[in-house]
Structures are given as C-alpha cells and as structure tokens.
Design a protein around this ligand. Structure first.
Ligand code: MN
Length: 221
C-alpha cells in the first residue's frame, strides 16, 4: 500500500494507520462527551487506505452491514521517521508530510459497539474506509497548525473548522502514540474530525480539504 507524493514520481509506502478519537471539542460534544480526556486511539488495517484519484473519478462502494455510513474529514499526518518515547518537542522531526483523509464510519454499528463496550473494528476498519489524497511534504506545506479543514457533500458544506482547534496537537499525538507503539516510517495518523459529521447515501459526491493540501473528491457508489 502506498500513496502518491505531491510533485514527485515517488510513492509514500504505508506501514500502519493510527486514528485519534474525539480530538475536536465540538465533535466530542456531538458524540455526547464533554471535558478534556486523555487521547485515545484505534487502528485501521493499512489496506483500508484507498488512494483518491486526483481527477475525482474514485468511487467508494457503500459498505455492507450498515444503514448509517458517515463521513469524517481529517488531517492525515505521514511519518517519515519512527521512534519510541518521543518527546512532544521533538515529534515534528518524525513528520514527512500531510494529506487529506476520510475516516468513513459505520456509525450505527459504532454506536451499538460503544454501548456494549466492544471493539470498533467492524465500524471503522472495513475495506476502503480510509480514502486518502496525495501526501505533500512539510517542506511544501510549511506550518499548517492553523489551516482550515472542511468537507462538502453534493456541494453543501457539512464540516468546517481549523486545525488550531485540535484538542491534542500533532506533536502531542505523536508523542502519546510513541509511548504505546514503536512508530515507523510509513505510519499514517488520522488526527480526528471536527463537528458536523453526518450520513452518506449512494450517489453522494464528497469534496474535502485541509489548508493548501490537494483536495479530495470522491463518490459513494
Ligand atoms: Mn475519526
């Protein structure tokens, strides 16, 4: 599994896909949670990453077992270096670049699993559940700490926020993850979604962006 790299013929090889839960206050509220909690994580299998074609021709099939597929636009951090026990003030050194991603979710199953205290795998880790655009190096993006993050469905804006509203910053997320896992080059980190998550239907077209990163456009089939 790999993703294209902006302005290069090189590919970014994918190792693991880490995801952060509830990392914007307004989204935590809409999920029924209040107050700052320690960051928590889940993983998607690396082969759930779907490369979103730059020409917008990508179609994601509506998955089985759900009647409430939902979108979540997220900044994806791509690691070029690994490490364990990385202090937050050195975490930026691990970052190769950034991409726009969707953490597609079978929300009805996730809600039921939460109630039952069961793992989220079926709700989060299904095929093509992580459509992602090309990876842009941080040399090209520069500082994106206050970039806008947004998503439209059929041309109607559904999510808009700013990376400055992340509860746990990118360096803090990397630092926390590195306490639990040995981070590796090729790891992707989905950093959480802002408020406004909602349902998708067959035929919907999504367009999502973060700052100056290449936008992603895809259709639910
Ligand atoms: Mn998410």
């Amino acid at each position: 599994m790999s993703l294209p790299v902006t302005g290069s013929t090189a590919r970014f090889p994918i190792h693991r896909v880490y995801c952060v839960g509830r990392n914007y206050a307004e989204h935590a509220k809409e999920m029924g949670c209040t107050g700052r909690e320690a960051p928590f994580f889940f993983l998607k299998p690396a082969d759930t990453v779907l490369e979103v074609a730059a020409d917008g021709s990508t179609t994601v099939p509506y998955p089985t077992l759900t009647r409430d597929l939902q979108y979540e636009v997220e900044l994806v951090v791509a690691l070029g270096k690994g490490g364990s026990n990385v202090p937050a003030d050195r975490a930026a050194d691990l970052v190769y670049g950034y991409a726009v991603g969707l953490d597609l979710t079978r929300r009805d199953l996730q809600s039921e699993l939460k109630k039952q205290g069961r793992p989220w795998c079926i709700a989060k880790g299904f095929e093509q559940s992580a459509p992602t655009g090309e990876v842009t190096s941080r040399e090209l993006t520069g500082d994106i700490d206050s970039a806008e993050i947004h998503l439209r469905v059929n041309g109607v804006e559904r999510q808009r926020s700013n990376l400055s509203k992340l509860i746990w910053s990118i360096p803090e997320i990397i630092s926390h993850l590195s306490l639990a896992w040995e981070l590796q080059p090729g790891d992707l980190i989905f950093t959480g979604t802002p408020e406004g998550v909602g349902p998708l239907h067959k035929g919907d077209t999504l367009c999502a962006g973060v700052g100056g990163l290449p936008e992603i456009t895809l259709t639910i089939g």
